[in-house]
Write a new protein. Structure first.
Length: 376
């Protein structure tokens, strides 16, 4: 519910404390749902239940955790996944990721922050993990006027976490890592890569983080791979992960745009380039500038692809549509004299389910493109 949808004359938002449980009623006093409220946010209320007797308590969270767990256990027999994906798992404002016996949580709303202790208790009951870490350091909390912090809810928390993905073992930083430590949303797309990867390919993994794309390629027929990232910490883990999986990996610490310009100037070419950048568009007003950034990034990548190659172009910007990303790729192709064929498009992995009524839950785009010279 948005703040401009509320009849403040009847129920002034300022009268509510952030996180308070409320009932939502229409202007005809028809019950719409049980929600929690934050008068300071544009999205001032988020519906959690459809029964007027529903209580926002530990029992509710425990029940929904069990429902979420049942799906993930169907998807994999290994406890490495996103266990809770906010509204898509009927727990708005909450994300939970599993790393074996370690659980990492993120809260983005005042309503869920008020239930933080109940969430921790429910996690202990349902999963019995050895440790649970709150990694509440996302900038999204600013929208709800929440402070950023990282703290241990219970148990022993290591400095890094282990991840099993598609038969490979990775290590990622935890407290200092990005998001909750790993990007489980790209798991299915990294599997898709194998279908299109040329044998013996020279691979460039741009915005590589801990090297999952590059190492997956190397373990499945690529001849060489280089990771580019601006984070020394991330590249250190990429090198560590390559060694653990028995492959050799080159790394380059640099800005994504600058690095591809430099590689082109040096005459380096690749058979596959993977672009997995952070979101360039975080607000609607950023759309024009963001589209230009995606176009430029893809143009730089296309200039590095030799002959008949592969471009994997991703975007996690919700405000960028798939058609707009495709348009950015095509514009980039036109400016580089390349012919691009989109072979497949992917989204986030199924442990990040889409809520059909909430478009924001469908955010990740990944285009797998064949690239050749445009001789027409």
């Amino acid at each position: 519910m948005f703040s401009n949808e509320i009849d403040n004359a009847v129920t002034p938002l300022v009268d509510f404390k952030p996180g308070t449980a409320v009932q939502i009623q229409s202007d005809r006093e028809q019950f719409l749902g049980v929600a929690y409220v934050n008068p300071h946010a544009l999205i001032c209320a988020r519906i959690v239940g459809k029964s007027p007797t529903q209580r926002l308590d530990r029992a509710l969270i425990t029940d929904r955790l069990r429902t979420a767990l049942a799906l993930r256990e169907r998807l994999s027999d290994q406890p490495y996944d996103r266990l809770v994906f906010g509204e898509s798992d009927a727990l708005p404002g909450l994300v939970l990721d599993r790393y074996g016996s370690i659980v990492v949580g993120q809260i983005s709303t005042a309503g869920m922050e008020a239930l933080k202790d109940e969430v921790a208790a429910a996690v202990r009951t349902v999963l019995e993990p050895s440790g649970f870490l709150w990694k509440n350091d996302s900038g999204a909390r600013d929208l709800e006027q929440l402070p950023e912090y990282v703290e241990v809810a219970f148990g022993a928390i290591p400095d890094h976490v282990e991840v099993l993905e598609s038969g490979l073992k990775f290590t990622a930083p935890l407290r200092e890592g990005q998001k909750t430590g790993w990007f489980y949303d790209q798991t299915a797309n990294r599997r898709r890569l194998l279908r299109y990867l040329p044998t013996g390919a020279r691979v460039l993994d741009v915005c590589s983080y801990a090297g999952a794309w590059a190492i997956t390629a190397l373990k499945n027929g690529a001849g060489s791979a280089r990771c580019v990232d601006s984070s020394e910490l991330a590249l250190g883990f990429a090198t560590r992960n390559a060694q653990a999986n028995g492959v050799l990996l080159e790394t380059l610490r640099a800005d994504a745009f600058d690095s591809m310009k430099l590689l082109r100037e040096k005459g380096e070419r690749f058979d596959a380039v993977i672009l997995d950048p952070p979101a360039f568009i975080k607000r609607k007003k950023d759309i024009p500038q963001g589209i230009a950034a995606y176009r430029k990034l893809n143009q730089l990548a296309l200039n590095l692809i030799d002959g008949d190659g592969l471009l994997v172009s991703c975007s996690c910007s919700y405000h960028l549509t798939g058609d707009e990303l495709g348009g950015a790729i095509q514009t980039a192709a036109r400016h580089t004299n390349r012919f691009v064929q989109i072979l497949e498009s992917g989204g986030q992995s199924p442990d990040h389910p889409v809520h059909p009524a909430i478009a924001e839950t469908r955010y990740l785009k990944a285009f797998f493109c064949r690239v050749t010279k445009d001789d027409a």
